[in-house]
Design a protein around this ligand. Structure first.
Ligand SMILES: Cc1cc2nc3c(=O)[nH]c(=O)nc-3n(C[C@H](O)[C@H](O)[C@H](O)COP(=O)(O)OP(=O)(O)OC[C@H]3O[C@@H](n4cnc5c(N)ncnc54)[C@H](O)[C@@H]3O)c2cc1C
Length: 357
């Protein structure tokens, strides 16, 4: 959106966008349209979060809800975009708007200085320090897989990410988790010829936590015994050959043989940038404190955008790309001294939602 230009007496602030996910890129385009000078960096490639999804993973949001900067996201058969469609799309956005993203350059520290912020980054393992007037943290909330904290979790056959399904062909795979990621992995690996077992701590598949188009098939395969479901179970320890589970009902332990163990129990946000910059973290999700109208955090000059606002989301995700586009408008409006038109009265509810079991 184009906002009224800054009065000619006012110098435009120099902005650093941290994170070149969809929201960081959408903000970059909007700053460009409003002639606000900016730089954008990412710890990985652009769209790093989608980059680690398993090949051909589909978005569950419709294309118009995940498209950015007003550029249509089209797929060849009008279906929901895959990871590959979307990464192509993001590269197209970067080319179309000539966005010079400094990739593979993690921001490691933000310090307040007299006027603005000193920022350390690590391109190619060497330290670079720069000064900026304003910073937008569009760093997402899924930096690393959530851990089980059990012995054996760091063994090489244990992974917090689903990889290319082909590599699991003919193998015994234990999937730990019971929500969308675990459900989707169980189905994909079953169809790819793996022998799948599922360990979930709940007494049954959580109907509200699994997409409606995945649930019936998974239920059917579990009831038919084609996927072995261990409901009401928790992982006790993992060894190279088998994983020990404890039944919540009987409190007894039993072992499941597994060549691969996938711990698909969610992801965590890295809080270090918020902490180094002095941004307050709140509630069980440790989400940053910020003003809903402007997206400015408790540190004046530091903004937060995208799913980063929600901290580490508990098992049921409520803040998605789909409901974050308005952050861009609010930030640009604040930087140009306007008031954003976007409203989000659902937002407070989303970020303060209690964890679900
Ligand atoms: C399998 C799966 C399916 C999903 N499907 C949907 C869906 O259908 N609809 C939906 O809305 N959401 C979906 N999501 C969630 C989706 O990933 C997020 O909504 C989306 O990525 C949020 O965009 P973002 O720009 O806020 O953050 P991200 O895409 O996470 O981008 C954050 C960026 O910041 C970078 N970064 C982090 N820390 C630093 C640092 N210190 N220095 C520099 N760069 C840094 C990261 O490398 C990353 O590129 C899904 C997630 C998964 C795992």
């Amino acid at each position: 959106m184009n906002h009224a230009p800054l009065p000619s007496s006012e110098k435009a602030p120099r902005v650093l966008i941290v994170g070149a996910g969809p929201i960081g890129l959408e903000l970059a385009v909007d700053l460009q349209r409003n002639r606000i000078p900016f730089e954008i960096v990412d710890a990985g490639p652009i769209g790093q979060t989608m980059n680690w999804w398993a090949p051909e993973t589909r978005w569950f949001s419709s294309n118009e809800r995940i498209s950015i900067a007003g550029v249509p996201l089209l797929t060849k058969d009008q279906s929901k975009a895959t990871r590959e469609d979307y990464l192509n799309y993001l590269r197209g956005i970067a080319i179309q708007f000539n966005l010079r993203v400094r990739t593979y350059e993690p921001v490691t520290k933000i310090r307040r200085s007299e006027q603005g912020f000193d920022v350390d980054t690590m391109p190619q393992q060497s330290l670079r320090s720069d000064h900026y007037d304003k910073i937008v943290l569009a760093i997402g909330g899924t930096d690393r897989p959530r851990r089980l904290n059990v012995p054996g979790e760091d063994l090489p056959h244990v992974d917090g990410y689903l990889r290319e399904p082909h590599r699991y062909f003919g193998r015994r795979v234990l999937i730990v988790g019971g929500r969308n990621s675990a459900a989707e992995a169980a189905l994909r690996l079953h169809h790819a010829g793996a022998q799948v077992s599922l360990s979930y701590r709940g007494p049954a598949l959580p109907e509200e936590g699994i997409k409606y188009w995945l649930l019936p098939e998974l239920k059917g395969l579990c009831s038919a015994g084609r996927i072995t479901a261990h409901f009401g179970s928790e992982v006790v320890r993992i060894t190279p050959q088998e994983t020990e589970l404890r039944s919540a009902q009987s409190n007894e332990t039993f072992s499941v043989k597994a060549d691969d163990v996938l711990t698909l129990i969610g992801y965590e946000q890295n809080k270090s940038l918020f902490q180094s910059a002095g941004v307050n973290l709140q509630e069980s999700t440790q989400h940053p404190e910020f003003d809903l109208a402007t997206m400015e955090t408790n540190v004046p000059g530091i903004y937060v955008a995208g799913t980063a606002v929600a901290g580490t989301q508990n098992s049921r995700y409520k803040t998605f790309l789909e409901n974050c586009h308005q952050h861009v408008d609010k930030i640009v409006a604040h930087l140009t001294g306007q008031t954003a038109t976007a409203q989000d009265d659902q937002f407070q509810k989303q970020i303060t939602a209690q964890p679900e079991s």
